[in-house]
Design a protein around this ligand. Structure first.
Ligand code: ZN
Length: 151
């Protein structure tokens, strides 16, 4: 399966039935992300479990790519060590923005997000949830709620 087919299939599937959609209440950290270019608005809530991301959910409204990316993200990061989540955040960011980037490890379904490089105006749609998660994790250390805008 080439990247274009994988992209279409995974984005369609995750947009149609988003995983981990909703909110955690109470949550250890939350963040609201906004991509003014497209109008995507996503909230990420999470719970910490020691040095791991115990649980994570997202909700909000956005285009197919922003929703599918958030769904893929929650699946990929749930239960992971926070250091590994940060590492994945950096790898996905590189995957989305650098044509020549090859991840050091197979990112599984997340590889499909690389297909967004063919549509540069959509890169911020795909990266929004990742920036929002990153902001939530940062805010968790300061016990404050974070806001992030991709502009
Ligand atoms: Zn969008």
């Amino acid at each position: 399966m080439d990247l274009r087919d994988l992209y279409r299939e995974v984005i369609l599937d995750h947009n149609r039935s988003p995983r981990n959609f909703g909110r955690l209440e109470p949550a250890d950290a939350t963040a609201a992300g906004h991509n003014p270019l497209c109008g995507d608005k996503l909230n990420v809530t999470l719970r910490l479990d020691g040095d791991r991301l115990g649980d994570v959910r997202f909700d909000g409204q956005g285009c197919a790519i922003s929703v599918a990316s958030a769904s893929l993200m929650t699946e990929a990061v749930k239960g992971k060590k926070l250091a590994d989540v940060e590492q994945l955040y950096r790898e996905v960011h590189a995957l989305l923005t650098d044509q020549n980037y090859t991840p050091p490890t197979d990112l599984g379904k997340l590889m499909a997000l690389g297909g967004v490089r063919e549509f540069p105006v959509r890169v911020k749609c795909a990266s929004l949830c990742w920036h929002t998660l990153h902001a939530a994790l940062e805010s968790g250390r300061n016990a404050a709620s974070a806001k992030v805008s991709t502009e």
